[in-house]
Design a protein around this ligand. Structure first.
Ligand code: MCF
Ligand code: FE
Length: 409
């Protein structure tokens, strides 16, 4: 048993205040969360540490990242989605290779910057070894892409093979899952088969959804930028497979993360709410690929609680969640700043862990001892924006996973 206290604490629960001089008592799980002085009295004679000018809080979760794309910096075309997609497809035979060591390094930096749970999208399975060996808690979404229904069985067999391989490495920290890439790239017959498997196996599913206006137009009216992209790029006419609402309906009964939803309207959001699915938003990715931003308030007014994620280096400048939250605050210049910061912290700790299926993200008895120590500036005690200042000025100094300090500091 240990006691770890700090000048400030944020416990991850909705609308919780930042508290002064609080502590966690923990082993692998959290035993208690209480004022530091009381902790010392109640649990005397155990190892006790206190961090001054620092904040104790649950670690973050990043529910959508593509580690296999980690070596890209300037490879892809930004500004318009089909141009980006064209650059990915064109360059994919000779993209910089991310070795297992590279991915381990990226995951290690991510953990040191305060994220201990991830939703990984694996396009090819090259990241399997690094993810399964990581100290981070990972939901590993084996992804499939395939628009030709005649090749459906082949695509599905390949996916199944990768899924089975990942299942062999399943542990408390490594959870195999499935991902049909997107409604424009994955034929509904293939999507259906993936979803049947997900139901049978009781695993989470993640899918990219309504990321571009072109996708929306192609799905809804078989026209637009994506339609021309198919004929220009593939020299092949591709007719819309199904409407956005029909795509959402396919996921009923499967726990799903819909990622992006940039061009989802009220009806589509309500349909997502109805099937009890989760929205994930990647603000910087959306800015770079689509020059657009997700309407957080529209979603929240409907009763959906979006999560925030970084996406991969295919569409971002880094994969650090706290950096993403900073940009998210600035991009959403018209939302009340303190409410947004409070929501962002709650969403990125308690909510995101819950959606990924991990019992962490809250400093409360019974939860996993996954938490961080964040250095705060000397004048933080006087802050009148305590939540916002965590995002703007916090520097993560130590990360604990299952009660153990991660790495060297
Ligand atoms: O999320 C971003 C943008 N939207 C879609 N896909 C990807 C992103 N980053 C990487 N990807 C991958 C995706 O998983 O790119 C491929 C898929 O494997 C595009 S489909 C050829
Ligand atoms: Fe993505």
């Amino acid at each position: 048993l240990n006691i770890l206290g700090a000048s400030f604490a944020y416990n991850g629960e909705e609308n919780c205040d930042v508290l002064d001089d609080y502590a966690v008592v923990f082993d692998k799980k959290i035993i208690d969360f209480l004022p530091f002085e009381e902790a010392k009295k109640r649990y005397s004679g155990i190892k006790t540490e206190f961090f001054r000018d620092a904040l104790l809080m649950p670690s973050f979760a990043n529910p959508h990242i593509h580690p296999e794309f980690g070596a890209n910096r300037c490879n892809f075309t930004y500004g318009e989605f089909t141009k980006w997609l064209g650059s990915v497809i064109k360059k994919s035979p000779d993209l910089p290779i991310c070795t297992t060591q590279d991915i381990e390094n990226e995951l290690s930096t991510i953990i040191k910057k305060g994220v201990t749970a991830l939703g990984v999208i694996s396009s090819n399975g090259y990241d399997l070894e690094a993810c399964a060996a990581s100290s981070a808690k990972i939901v590993y979404f084996n992804e499939t892409v395939g628009s030709n229904p005649e090749l459906k069985n082949m695509f599905f067999e390949k996916l199944l093979e990768r899924y089975e391989k990942s299942k062999k490495l399943k542990s408390d920290r490594f959870i195999p899952a499935l991902s049909p890439h997107a409604p424009y790239s994955t034929h509904p017959l293939l999507v259906r088969e993936v979803l049947e498997l997900a139901k049978k196996e009781q695993v989470l599913v993640s899918t990219h959804f309504l990321e571009s206006m072109g996708e929306k137009e192609w799905l809804s009216s078989n026209s637009g930028e994506l339609k021309s992209f198919f004929s220009d790029f593939f020299e092949m006419k591709r007719d819309s497979f199904l409407t956005p609402l029909e795509y959402i309906d396919m996921f009923e009964g499967v726990k799903t993360l819909f990622v992006h939803n940039l061009f989802a309207d009220k009806n589509e959001l309500e349909a997502i709410l109805k099937i009890d699915a989760t929205l994930v938003s990647c603000p910087r990715s959306n800015r770079l690929l689509n020059s657009a931003r997700f309407d957080i308030n529209q979603a929240r007014n409907i009763g959906l609680n979006p999560l925030f994620a970084t996406d991969g280096m295919s569409s971002n400048i880094d994969t650090h969640l706290l950096e993403e939250l900073k940009f998210m605050i600035f991009i959403n210049y018209d939302l009340e700043i303190n409410d947004l910061a409070k929501y962002a912290l709650f969403s990125s700790t308690a909510l995101s862990h819950k959606v990924l299926g991990f019992e962490a993200g809250i400093l409360k008895k019974g939860f996993d001892s996954d938490f961080i120590i964040v250095d705060m500036p000397q004048d933080y005690a006087d802050s009148s924006n305590k939540h916002l200042d965590i995002i703007l000025h916090g520097v993560v100094k130590k990360t604990y996973i299952n009660g153990e300090l991660y790495g060297d500091y």
